[in-house]
Write a protein that binds this ligand. Structure first.
Ligand SMILES: [Zn+2]
Length: 312
């Protein structure tokens, strides 16, 4: 289908969807993902973490965009008509998969552009407990080793889209993967200073299953997935019990949710509040984690500093 026809169809779909959303009273976010381009192929991603990883592989060759903005909660996002138009205008769509972007799946399926799921090939971990039990945990990007697989998938997708620059994509991907390995190695080495029983990562959302697995940490959390974040008294009691039994020195919460339930754990146990972790979104450019590597380093430093008491 010619691209201008795709664009017109996309606009028609967007108009129809806009009417439906307005009629149903859904909040419609205003996002820049569908803005005018500069002639480079447009790669549409679903959230800021993915966009940044893709940008590192793309260099200057591709125009990488994110549907959701910095700081957004991504699990319960509601796509706007502009998002739908952006999907029909894109030359390639990258999404995380593993059920993260259920809100986007129908538009990806109907878009004309090729589509790559960057988590393909990852050894997934199922969510336990709650309504999500048995579904794969979507937060695969929280392990640097998994993101090496993301990078390989992105290099392959970009090379199909733009074969003339395939050598650049491969070189950028290799350089980025080496940085990921460095952070992974640093985390594992630093945790050796923590007594084995205390090598625990206690967080609000169960977003750290992959990081915990790959770093040798035990993971405990208050709720499994942010989409239904409300801590029940039982969930809080369970976490308090775990912290007390294992003498866990510090607990954490994520940037996109309230840390109030975790403060209850702190009050009940005397564990330190170890700090805010970033998972589902980067910060704005002038914030603490404008890139994914910043996010990883921030989280590794926060976790290691609080668990070892070294205050990194
Ligand atoms: Zn999440």
């Amino acid at each position: 289908m010619p691209k201008n026809l795709r664009r017109r169809l996309g606009a028609a779909v967007a108009t129809a969807l806009g009417a439906v959303l307005l009629a149903s009273g859904c909040a419609v976010a205003d996002v820049p993902a569908g803005g005018p381009g500069d002639g480079r192929p447009v790669v549409l991603t679903t959230f800021t973490v993915l966009a940044d990883i893709a940008r590192n592989v793309a260099g200057d060759h591709l125009d990488i965009r994110s549907i959701t903005r910095a700081g957004a909660e991504i699990h319960g996002y509601e796509p706007s008509p502009r998002d739908v138009a952006a999907a029909s205008d894109a030359d390639l769509i990258l999404d995380n998969g593993l059920g993260l972007e259920a809100w986007f799946a129908q538009f990806v399926a109907s878009a004309d552009a090729p589509h790559a799921v960057v988590s393909d090939g990852i050894d997934t971990i199922d969510i336990t407990g709650d309504a999500y039990a048995g579904k794969p945990n979507p937060h695969a990007w929280m392990s640097p080793l998994n993101v090496q697989i993301y990078v390989a998938n992105i290099v392959a997708a970009f090379s199909d889209l733009d074969p003339g620059n395939a050598a650049d994509y491969a070189a950028n991907g290799a350089r980025y993967s080496a940085e990921l390995q460095g952070i992974q190695d640093e985390l594992v080495a630093a945790l050796e200073a923590v007594p084995e029983r205390q090598r625990a990562l206690v967080t609000c959302e169960g977003a750290f299953s992959y990081l915990a697995r790959d770093a040798g940490l035990t993971e405990t959390y208050i709720w499994p997935v942010n989409a239904e974040q409300q801590a029940t008294p039982q969930q809080i009691r369970d976490v308090i019990e775990f912290v007390e039994q294992n003498d866990v020195p510090a607990v954490f919460c994520e940037s996109t949710v309230s840390d109030r339930p975790m403060q209850q754990v702190v009050e009940a146990t005397g564990a330190a509040f170890g700090g805010t972790l970033y998972v589902d979104s980067l910060s704005e450019a002038n914030g603490p984690v404008p890139t994914y590597l910043d996010l990883l380093r921030h989280d590794v430093d926060t976790i290691v500093g609080a668990l070892t008491g070294s205050g990194r």
